[in-house]
Design a binder for this molecule. Structure first.
Ligand code: AQP
Length: 350
């Protein structure tokens, strides 16, 4: 059976949504609305997988959930034509995650690099939820039988795991799947990652070898979507560079991670290629390039920050968007769960 094409992706409400989240994920969320039915989720259940001291407690979680929703809408996501909701309002995510927990193998999860990075040396003390995060992510996607998933490059390994889980479920339950009317034996699709653009992995402004991240202690390492023009200018002017002028060719960026990162950010924000950026700025000093980068960054992000501020000031309105989106998401999720339970053999009310 050919699956109906559907897009799903999520962002964690863990605070400080940054330029990496925007360029690596949200820009593509906006683009894909033109060609697909899209479901965009504020994954609040993922947000609590680290210690409460990390995610900030109940009031902070609610505030961050509204802020990510506001960022989606301010960036151009249309919550009426598409679906925007927070994960915990649709119980199917947790229910399907349990079934998929029994499909996924411990050996598969042991290979997940993000768990190793986030758990650090104190792995014994990490939550079971953090370890199981990629299975919940597979459930998020497969609950909507989504075929396309726009994400940043750091999520590639988790997407591969989602594909493995989908395939093993289809293999393990092939006869039952066919017996329930899915004649080709395929209940879950193999979701395709959609990782594209010149900034699929935006790096820290302080260290071009580290991913720009919400959890990095230094606020100067990232540009937050809510930063004002002065803060953006200061952070870009302080961004680490090297003493050489910018190269004229892309291959000259290969051994210069900070230069590569800033050129990639400019290209993504201006909607051009790195090659085009170097045509204009190659051979020049970082100082004048940084001025141009500040201009393009402020021009793109300031209207988003202003709109986010306006939206979060009306919590009732944002909550209503999430409730409405959750109702529509639940209708799709319930249908998947009915079939999934039948396929597994769970008795349920007809
Ligand atoms: N630096 C990045 N460059 C490009 N894309 C990125 N994404 C995250 N960081 C970058 C993409 O943003 C989407 C939402 O990410 P998330 O909220 O699920 O969090 P994360 O991937 O764990 O990364 P963060 O935001 O930096 O948080 P921490 O500090 O907790 O690791 C995803 O599509 C992701 O690929």
């Amino acid at each position: 059976m050919a699956f109906v094409e559907r897009v799903f992706s999520g962002v964690q409400p863990t605070g400080n949504l940054h330029l990496g989240n925007y360029l690596g994920a949200i820009v593509n969320f906006v683009k894909m609305q033109e060609t697909h039915d899209c479901i965009y989720c504020v994954v609040d259940m993922h947000a609590i997988t680290q210690g409460v001291d990390v995610w900030g407690g109940p009031a902070e979680l609610a505030r961050n959930t509204r802020e990510v929703t506001a960022a989606f809408i301010a960036s151009g996501i249309d919550p009426k034509k598409h679906i925007v909701f927070n994960q915990s309002q649709v119980s199917g995510h947790a229910e399907l995650a349990w079934i998929l927990n029994c499909i996924a193998r411990i050996g598969w999860l042991n290979r997940m690099t993000q768990f190793k990075e986030k758990a650090g040396k104190d792995r014994e003390n990490a939550s079971v939820g953090l370890y199981d995060y990629p299975v919940l992510m597979a459930a998020d996607i497969l609950l909507y039988r989504a075929t396309h998933v726009p994400v940043g490059e750091d999520q590639k390994q988790h997407l591969e795991l989602s594909r493995d889980i989908a395939q093993k479920f289809n293999n393990d339950f092939g006869d039952s799947i066919r017996g329930h009317g899915f004649n080709d034996g395929l209940f879950f699709p193999q979701p395709e990652p959609f990782i594209t653009g010149p900034a699929t992995r935006v790096m820290s402004l302080r260290d071009g070898t580290k991913k720009m991240s919400k959890s990095e202690a230094s606020d100067n390492s990232r540009i937050n979507l809510t930063d004002d023009a002065n803060t953006i200018a200061q952070k870009i002017r302080k961004a680490k560079t090297d003493p050489e002028p910018l190269p004229s060719e892309e291959k000259g960026l290969q051994t210069r991670p900070e230069a590569d990162n800033l050129v990639g950010i400019y290209a993504a924000l201006a909607g051009v290629s790195k090659h085009d950026v170097l045509k204009d700025f190659g051979g020049g000093q970082f100082s004048s390039f940084k001025n141009a980068l500040v201009d393009v960054c402020v021009a793109k992000l300031s209207p988003i920050a202003d709109e986010m501020k306006r939206l979060v000031a009306d919590a009732g309105h944002v909550d209503q968007i999430l409730i409405d989106g959750a109702n529509r998401a639940r209708a799709i999720a319930d249908e998947t769960m009915r079939s999934a339970k039948n396929i597994v053999g769970f008795i349920r009310q007809p």
